[in-house]
Design a protein. Structure first.
Length: 113
């Protein structure tokens, strides 16, 4: 089985955002990971999502990691149902950041298998 990193974001995250669009292998399994190495601020929270574009160009959420408020790692395994639900092979990472002065040292990644 060949694995490839489809997308990655390594940064001090202080606000929500999205990654560049990347290819989601179809059919295939996708692993979404969030590794938080540092956290600052009052009541900080980081939540990471995997979205896949449908045939009309709308982004559809196919995975959501639990909101992180401290350091640690989360991973979700997803098999995007591209044929049954009219999803394309275009994906993106999306994240939200909340809290006063929130700053997350984090690595977000999508790995296709």
């Amino acid at each position: 089985m060949q694995q490839q990193i489809a997308a990655g974001v390594w940064a001090g995250l202080t606000a929500g955002g999205t990654s560049a669009t990347f290819g989601v292998q179809s059919p295939g399994t996708v692993f979404v990971s969030s590794i938080v190495t540092s956290v600052a601020g009052t009541s900080p929270s980081l939540q990471v999502f995997l979205d896949v574009m449908d045939v009309s160009g709308a982004w559809i959420q196919v995975a959501a990691l639990t909101a992180q408020t401290g350091t640690g790692t989360q991973t979700a395994t997803v098999t995007p149902p591209t044929v049954a639900s009219n999803l394309t092979d275009n994906g993106r990472l999306r994240w939200t950041v909340s809290g006063t002065g929130a700053n997350f040292g984090a690595a977000l990644a999508v790995i296709s298998a």
